[in-house]
Write a protein that binds this ligand. Structure first.
Ligand code: FAD
Ligand code: NAD
Length: 466
């Protein structure tokens, strides 16, 4: 007799593992199937965590090299890339093992192998020795995540033509690196390798980086990255990428029809990710996909099949770990008869470069398009005492509030610790706060968060320090 569960979650990423733990907390007999051999999904294994580890380590390296300007003399500073990679790998192992511990603690059954939906109540699992078992379940949550999109006719070999996964484990600092796509991955990984000594060229199809971001922030971001040495080639269409004996040539056509060839040691293709529904047997089961091949769900994450749900990167919405996690909790609560929900208006996005970029709610461009009348409050980190004291005063905070009600509609930050500062605005927005509410809240001095308060004051044209 095959084992029987109330819910089986396919995929052990931040969507799937969080969902499984919440289901177990709610008293449901739960299993989670994961095919990569360790839990945590893209995020912990080849995404958020290793990239943030390398961003931090490369920034430390860069900072130590520049300490002399700050009156601190150190001996010769040398890069030990192998050791740096080991340090990154350690962070990954500790965290993925941590999720395994959480499964044990919460009594989630963990199956290592590839899950396939055999029928609406049966899932087969093929383990790493090709041994197959079948488990039974009342309900299924699909949380199989996403995969990097290659360019047409270009295959990742993860040595010369890299996806983000290859860019996280390069064994020698490339002299020259071309990055196709100026989005989240391109700019984070470009920052890492630029700090470690590569000449980094970003080739971007559009006329601005980070599409969808508030334009003022996007422009400032590119200006700062250029100052750091990253070179941008905007409105360039990649025609082909050809491998050479060593390295590759990236051939592009720009907006004037001019052709350019970029020689490089490695090329990172970071032009987006696609939902991963491979091998799940969705066709046969009748689970509907949308035009972008994402699994179609209703607002309760239910697919067109009554007992099958889907969350995270494999459905619509921003491909972010915290979005997947919140959906995991919401679907678990719905399955348990509660009223889980996700507020998509307050999902922050953070790019962990230096300085960080953080954004939440509506951009100025969106408000214009929606014909919503708004006020803008802005405050530069140049006038923030903490930022000045530590010489990290690039960037600004921008708050958008409704002209009539003063309700905060969005906030966009570029500057030190922007990824942490955005949480305050998230809470304010969840509580329906006005910019005046933020402005009247006492913020500790000297902190970066005073820039948020000052931006809120500036909505009403009464910032004190500018
Ligand atoms: P995933 O994390 O992709 O997990 C899905 C899991 O399902 C995978 O482990 C996969 O092996 C497994 N699986 C797939 N099919 C099957 C099957 N048939 N049977 C069993 N298992 C299966 N987001 C952020 O919010 N912050 C960041 O800083 C950030 N940095 C990133 C950096 C990089 C380089 C990348 C690539 C992504 C980054 N992301 C970041 C995005 C984030 O990783 C994803 O949004 C998040 O992991 C999505 O979670 P998920 O659970 O939906 O899917
Ligand atoms: P992205 O969507 O962020 O950026 C892709 C970029 O490539 C865009 O600027 C796009 O205009 C450009 N592009 C598309 N096709 C192109 C082409 N043919 N030639 C040149 N440029 C082209 O995608 P990504 O950087 O691959 O990241 C994928 C997703 O992973 C992100 O959208 C994000 O959701 C997630 N992620 C998040 C973080 C974070 O939260 N800090 C970090 C990394 C990844």
């Amino acid at each position: 007799m095959s084992e029987k569960f109330q819910v089986v979650v396919i995929g052990g990423g931040p969507g799937g593992y969080v969902c499984a733990i919440r289901l177990a907390q709610l008293g449901l007999k739960t299993a989670c199937i994961e095919s990569r051999g360790s839990l945590g999904g893209t995020c912990l294994n080849v995404g958020c965590i290793p990239s943030k580890s390398l961003l931090n380590l490369s920034e430390e390296f860069h900072k130590v090299k520049n300490l002399l300007n700050k009156g601190i003399e150190v001996g010769e500073v040398k890069l030990n890339l192998g050791q740096m990679m080991k340090s990154k790998d350690k962070a990954v192992t500790v965290l993925t093992k941590g999720v395994e511990f959480l499964f044990k603690k919460n009594k989630v059954s963990y199956f290592k192998g590839l899950g396939r939906i055999k029928s609406k109540n049966e899932i087969s699992i093929k383990d790493f020795n090709d041994k197959e078992i079948t488990i039974n379940t009342d309900k299924i949550v699909i949380a199989t995540g996403s995969l990097p999109v290659p360019l047409p006719g270009v295959k990742f070999d993860e040595k010369v033509i890299l996806s983000s996964t290859g860019a996280l484990k390069i064994d020698k600092v490339p002299k020259k690196m071309v990055i196709v796509g100026g989005g989240y991955i391109g700019l984070e990984m470009g920052s890492v390798w630029s700090r470690l000594g590569s000449e980094v060229h970003v080739v971007e199809f559009l006329e601005h980086i980070t599409p969808g971001m508030d334009m003022e922030i996007s422009n400032e971001f590119m200006k700062i990255l250029k100052k750091q040495g990253i070179r941008f080639h905007m409105q360039h269409k990649v025609e082909k990428i050809q491998k050479k004996k060593s390295g590759a040539v990236v051939s592009t056509t720009d907006k004037n029809g001019e052709k350019n060839d970029f020689d490089c040691d490695v090329v990172l293709v970071s032009v987006g990710r696609k939902p991963n529904t491979e091998g799940l047997n969705l066709d046969a089961i009748g689970v509907e996909l949308d035009k972008k091949e994402r699994i179609k769900t209703d607002k309760n994450f239910k697919t067109n099949q009554n007992n099958i749900f889907a969350i995270g990167d494999v459905i619509t919405g921003p491909m972010l770990a915290h979005k997947a996690e919140d959906e995991g909790i919401a679907v678990a609560e719905n399955i348990a008869g509660q009223s889980g929900h996700v507020n998509y208006d307050t999902i922050p996005g953070v790019i962990y470069t230096t300085p960080e970029v953080a954004t939440i709610g509506k951009t100025e461009e969106q408000l214009k398009e929606m014909n919503i009348s708004y006020k803008v409050g802005k405050f530069s980190f140049m006038a923030n005492s903490r930022a000045k004291a530590i010489d990290e005063a690039e960037g600004f905070v921008k708050i958008l509030a409704d002209s009539k009600t003063d309700k905060v509609l969005g906030a966009h930050l570029i500057g030190p610790h922007a990824g942490e500062l955005i949480a305050e605005i998230g809470i304010a927005m969840e509580f329906g706060a006005s910019s005046e509410d933020i402005a009247r809240t006492c913020h500790a001095h000297p902190t970066f968060s005073e820039a948020v308060k000052e931006a809120a004051l500036s909505v009403d044209k009464r910032a004190i320090h500018s």
